[in-house]
Design a protein around this ligand. Structure first.
Ligand SMILES: Cc1cc2nc3c(=O)[nH]c(=O)nc-3n(C[C@H](O)[C@H](O)[C@H](O)COP(=O)(O)OP(=O)(O)OC[C@H]3O[C@@H](n4cnc5c(N)ncnc54)[C@H](O)[C@@H]3O)c2cc1C
Length: 419
């Protein structure tokens, strides 16, 4: 027999963002139904690292701590990083990368009296930590795996019908269903989109030399080359390598046999790359910037990748998503306790106002980096390296950039504050 249920809020997508918003609302006693078509497999401690990882900022860590997901994540695994180095590769006339780098900036958490800048965490670990936390929260029901048959956004309240015939309504439907959001499409929310010329190859490799506390990124004209340390597994060390390049080069690299790929990686990447033992996995991702023209419409509001995707070159995508979560939860909780309708224009425009500018600023900053560095124009190259050199020597500037990347500059939502 099919049933019909009403909730305060429905969330489509129990990814990192959807699961976090469900936690945040559920902890305030708001009744939430979450739907996902598939949940990740359980964590096994001796399992090799996943391909999909994120550099979680200090602020995202605070949000996950305040939600109570962090202790579950810690029982799985994560890798703190204390330092981050950024430079543009400069070459000698014979094409060898120069050893001296007047244009290198090193960000060090100790300079702003923090233990670390952030953590490299497998996306699945973050998601599983949140899903585990949801099990403790009575007012949240997770329906997964669940296939959404249809969404009706034309009635007084949004309505979701699952393939099994069960029907759900709520005062508000949150679209946290990622970059290809069906909720966004059903709500007729249009996107401002820009496809980047570069693609991104991600590889998980076993490395020699033990756990590292530094992440680095070297800019080249075809895109950055980045190193992200990962937690040890069974006494072996791993790293996530991110190699941006033109689609044809990424395509070639993806097709190389493992040994040739490792050889290519070792010869191309900066000397900081530790000796590589084994390739575990690799995958490639097209890159696009997408920004929803409106964050809400027809009883629907968007969060995370459903609302915006950015160039991952500074690893900020899900960090913006967690900021959406913190602000949306605060605004909806206020409205709930004041007895206001959660789907009202007045409530949701507060959220859009709180987030659009910040998301846009981060997108534009990433675009500025992308455009400035994917360019071999000589005067521009001189200028940007001078700028890097000067910025690197200016401690106040370095500290400000660090705080921005850590998500601790500007106004903070309650959920992002340290408890
Ligand atoms: C190569 C790469 C590297 C990155 N590195 C970083 C980084 O270092 N730091 C960082 O902050 N960000 C990074 N990002 C961005 C980050 O991965 C995304 O911002 C993040 O995964 C978005 O989370 P989300 O929960 O919004 O969406 P998703 O992770 O896409 O989750 C969406 C969820 O919705 C579910 N779903 C989708 N459609 C439906 C449907 N119709 N019905 C039911 N369920 C549905 C899916 O199953 C999924 O669980 C990177 C991105 C890329 C491509």
């Amino acid at each position: 027999m099919t049933k019909s249920e009403h909730y305060d809020v429905m969330v489509v997508g129990a990814g990192m963002v959807g699961a976090a918003i469900a936690c945040a609302l559920g902890l305030k006693g708001i009744r939430v139904a979450v739907f996902d078509r598939a949940l990740p497999s359980a964590f096994k401690p001796n399992q090799l690292p996943d391909l999909r990882v994120s550099a979680l900022s200090y602020a995202s860590g605070q949000i996950l701590k305040n939600l109570g997901a962090w202790p579950y994540m810690e029982t799985m695994r994560m890798c703190p990083y204390r330092r981050m180095a950024v430079w543009e590769k400069l070459y000698s006339p014979v094409g060898k990368e120069l050893d001296k780098r007047p244009n290198q900036i090193i960000f060090n958490a100790a300079d702003i009296r923090h233990e670390q800048l952030g953590f490299i965490v497998e996306n699945r670990v973050t998601q599983l930590g949140l899903l585990k936390r949801l099990e403790d929260i009575e007012s949240v029901s997770v329906f997964a795996p669940a296939t959404i048959e249809s969404m009706n956004l034309r009635g007084e309240k949004p309505e979701v019908t699952l393939q099994d015939g069960n029907v759900f309504t709520a005062d508000l439907l949150i679209g946290a269903d990622g970059a290809q959001s069906r909720v966004r499409e059903q709500a007729n929310i249009r996107l401002d989109t820009r496809e980047y010329e570069q693609q991104c190859l991600v590889a998980t490799v076993e490395i020699e030399g033990g756990l590292q506390d530094i992440t680095w990124q070297a800019f080249t004209a075809t895109g950055p080359e980045a190193f992200l340390p990962m937690a040890d597994v069974d006494g072996k060390s791993y790293a996530s390598i991110v190699w941006y390049n033109l689609p044809e080069n990424v395509h070639k690299l993806m097709k190389l046999p493992d040994s040739e790929f490792l050889e290519e990686l070792s010869t191309t990447f900066p000397k900081e790359l530790p000796p590589l033992i084994k390739l575990h996995e690799r995958g490639s991702f097209p890159l696009a910037r997408r920004h929803a023209m409106n964050y809400f419409a027809n009883g629907v509001v968007l969060a995370g990748d459903a609302a915006h995707t950015i160039n991952p070159l500074a690893g900020q995508g899900v960090n913006l998503g967690f900021q959406d979560v913190a602000w949306l939860a605060e605004i909806l909780t206020d409205a709930y306790h004041a007895g206001r309708s959660l789907g009202s224009k007045k409530v949701l425009s507060r959220y859009e106002k709180a987030r659009r500018r910040d998301n846009q600023l981060m997108m534009s900053t990433m675009d500025a980096f992308y455009l400035a560095f994917s360019n071999s124009n000589v005067p521009l190259k001189v200028l940007r390296n001078l700028a890097l050199g000067i910025a690197g020597k200016s401690r106040p500037a370095v500290k400000e950039v660090m705080k921005y990347a850590m998500g601790i500059s500007g106004r903070q939502a309650e959920l992002a504050k340290s408890s």
